[in-house]
Every structure is written in C-alpha cells, then in structure tokens.
Design a protein around this ligand. Structure first.
Ligand code: NAD
Ligand code: UD1
Length: 345
C-alpha cells in the first residue's frame, strides 16, 4: 500500500498527464513536478477537468536540487514516477551534453534527494531504444541493451544501469524500468494529447497534423526495408494503455519488488503505410505522402514480447489501432494547435 503521495516528474508532458489521470482515477495522491520546458500548465488544467480533482504542481527543474529537496520536505512521498527529461533524438545528437546533464545528471540529483529523504521507490520511463537494432523479434526483456546510436537513447541506457547498480548496492530500493515501445493516441476525452513543439519528429503527430491541415504531406522515410510493404514497422501502443501499465507497475512495486524491467507494448507491428491508412479511416481525411530515403539511425522493425508484464503485473494493452487513431484524431481536431490557443509552427 502506498503510504504517501506519488511524485510524478515530467507530469505535465504527454505520457505524464495521461498517467496522472490514471493514478488519480485509481485513488492515488499525486504531486507533479515539471519545469515546463516541453509542456504547459494548460495540460494540467485539462487533467483537473477530466478527473474533477486538483493536482498539486511544483514548477521545479531536475537540476535544482534545493527545489527537489523542498518538495520532499513539504510532502510525504511514497514513490517517484520519473518521466522528466529531454527526448528529441536529433537535438540529442547536436547537444549531447545538454542531454547527459538533464537526463543523467538530473536523475542522479533526484536519486540523491530521494535517498536523503529515505524514499526508495522509483518507476522509470525507459524506452525500447535501449535495445538498439534488434537481434531477434519480438524483443523480450532478455534482449541485450546498450546498442543505442544516439545520445538520447544512451541516456536511457545509462540511467537504467545506474538504477540497477543502486539496487545491487542498497537492498531497500524498489525500481521498475518500463521500456515503452511507441506511445500514440490520446485520452478518449480529446482534452489532453501529444503537443510537439515545431515540426514533429514522430510519425503519428506528423500524420495527425497533415490531417488537420497544418502540414502538406507525410514524408515516408524508407520504402526498401525488409518488411511486408518496405516501410518501417513499429509496436504502437495507446498512451492510455501505457498509463495503466504504470499503475499496474506501482501496485506491483507496493508488494516490494527489487529491480524489475518490463516492456510495455502490444506485441503487434504496423508499418508506416498501415498507420497512414488507419488514420485516414479514423479521420476521414486523406493523408497524402511522398517517399524519401531512410532516416539516419532508423531500424526496419521493432515490436515487443510484452508477456512478462502480463505475467507479473497482470497488465496487457487492450486498445487497438483504430482506437489509437480515433482518439488521436479527437485530440488533434479539437485542439488543432495543441494546448496553444492560437498560432502554430
Ligand atoms: P514530454 O516531453 O511530453 O514530457 C517530459 C516532461 O519533462 C515535459 O513536460 C518537460 O517539460 C519535463 N522536463 C524536461 N526536462 C525537465 C527538467 N530538467 N526538469 C523538470 N522537468 C523537465 O515527453 P513524453 O513523451 O511524455 O515522455 C515522457 C518520458 O517517457 C520521457 O522520459 C521520455 O524519454 C520517455 N519515453 C517517451 C517515449 C515517447 O515516444 N513519447 C518513448 C519512450 C520513452
Ligand atoms: C523514434 C526515435 C526513438 C524514440 C522514439 C520515441 C529515431 C531514430 N528514433 O523512434 O529513439 O525512442 O521515437 O520518441 O528518431 N516515419 C516516417 N515519417 C515521419 C516520421 C517517421 O516515415 O515523418 C517513420 C520512421 O522512419 C519509422 C516510423 O515512422 O519507421 C516510426 O517513427 P517514429 O514515430 O519517429 O518512432 P521511432 O523511429 O520508432
């Protein structure tokens, strides 16, 4: 049983807001900590609207250790769900130090403060990117990690290693590493969703911006992969399923779990063209596209074996591709400029 609040770092962001909704709906007390570098307070106002509760929010940076201490001083924290960090792959290659400082340095700060306040429970947002180019499919948790080609991916790998090391050294820690496959979609209300700044790097936000008229056409990166239609295959997971996976992980942690690692995916792979077609169907809008060469660092196929999460956490993804696209379209069409009321880029 949680004997205090759940501190959600990065709780104003895409996966964070959806997880805060599920935590509140499951009866947990939640405190959000976010420096709002890639989010706005509007997202948390929407969380309040959806849940009918008011989330306590602290605008603190992971690098501000005294700010972190202050949160732990004023609140009884049971567990930290750690989403905060930078996540743009391209930017991480241009500014690796910023990524190592924020993601790795920020996490070390957080862990030190947790230790000072004797809070030893943490659930970390990792990524399937730690597997690098897969040796086999579907990818299970035993697959080797560390073959990441970009600084962002390496920060996830390094943080995983740090968390494993502290668990080995100090037995009081309970750590769950959640390796997300490709989160997409939005809360069914259409009130919260992914709101990338500038031109989206990821496929589904780009497709939804084409559908809503913010972008002319999709560029399909690579048509010569060894996949059924030649385009890249990924394991897209509805963000609400992903958020519920965090609640399931927390319930598992409450029993005392040591260090555990789980894939959160659906186990199914869809190609870029499958996704464009599914979105056309859900939105009723055409998704014109052009083809281009492969994007640097991309792999052909990546999908999960998520059976361990089902076995240990009693969790499995339930929402299908049509629902991912319908919910994303509701969010995008109701909020063509995301959380901003006017202007777009
Ligand atoms: P997001 O950018 O929407 O959320 C991250 C949040 O962290 C933002 O609200 C941002 O303002 C905050 N933040 C960034 N730096 C901070 C700092 N120094 N101090 C305090 N807050 C800070 O991203 P997301 O898609 O919600 O991802 C959440 C987590 O999941 C990230 O750690 C990301 O790397 C990981 N992840 C995401 C995906 C994905 O496709 N979305 C896939 C795998 C893993
Ligand atoms: C990307 C990141 C990965 C990160 C993940 C979640 C790279 C190389 N990888 O993964 O590290 O963890 O996002 O943030 O950036 N595609 C197009 N056109 C587009 C966009 C994407 O064809 O405009 C294709 C890609 O080539 C890929 C698929 O769509 O085949 C999915 O791309 P994306 O959504 O960016 O996710 P990943 O590449 O899996």
């Amino acid at each position: 049983m949680a004997t205090g609040s759940i501190l959600v770092t990065g709780g104003a962001g895409y996966v964070g807001t959806h997880t805060v909704v599920e935590l509140l709906n499951s009866g947990y007390d939640v405190i959000v900590m976010d420096n709002l570098v890639n989010a706005s307070m509007e997202s948390l106002k929407r969380v309040n609207e959806i849940t009918g509760k008011t989330v306590q929010t602290c605008a603190v940076d992971l690098l501000n250790k005294d700010g972190l201490r202050d949160i732990f001083k004023k609140n009884k924290i049971y567990c930290v769900m750690h989403f905060a960090g930078l996540k743009a792959v391209g930017e991480s290659c241009e500014k690796p130090l910023l990524y190592y400082k924020t993601n790795v340095g920020g996490t070390v700060n957080l862990l030190e403060v947790m230790k000072e306040f004797e809070v030893y429970n943490i659930i970390f947002s990792s990524s399937a990117t730690v597997y690098g180019s897969p040796n086999y499919l579907p990818i299970d948790e035993k697959h080797p990690t560390g073959g990441c080609t970009n600084a962002y991916g390496k920060t996830k790998y390094f943080i995983e290693e740090i968390l494993k090391d502290i668990c080995t050294a100090e037995k009081q820690w309970n750590v769950i590493l959640l390796r997300y496959f490709n989160p997409v979609g939005s809360h069914a209300s259409g009130k919260i969703g992914e709101d990338p700044q500038g031109i989206p790097n990821n496929l589904m936000p780009f497709i939804s911006q084409v559908a809503v008229g913010r972008r002319k056409e999709l560029t399909v990166y690579g048509t010569d992969y060894d996949t059924p239609d030649g385009t890249g295959v990924r394991d897209y997971i509805h963000v609400v399923d992903l958020a519920q996976g965090h609640v399931a992980a927390l319930k598992h942690l409450e029993k005392g779990c040591g260090c555990k690692v789980y894939n959160l995916g659906t186990g199914k792979g869809y190609s870029v063209l499958d996704m464009a077609k599914a979105f056309e169907k859900a939105s009723g809008k055409p998704i014109p596209y052009v083809t281009a060469g492969r994007r640097a660092g991309d792999i052909a196929s990546c999908y999960s074996d998520a059976s361990l999460a089902k076995q240990d956490l009693g969790w499995e993804a339930k929402l299908d591709l049509a629902k991912m696209c319908e919910d994303l379209w509701r969010w995008q069409s109701n909020n063509p400029n995301g959380f901003r009321t006017e202007g777009s880029s």
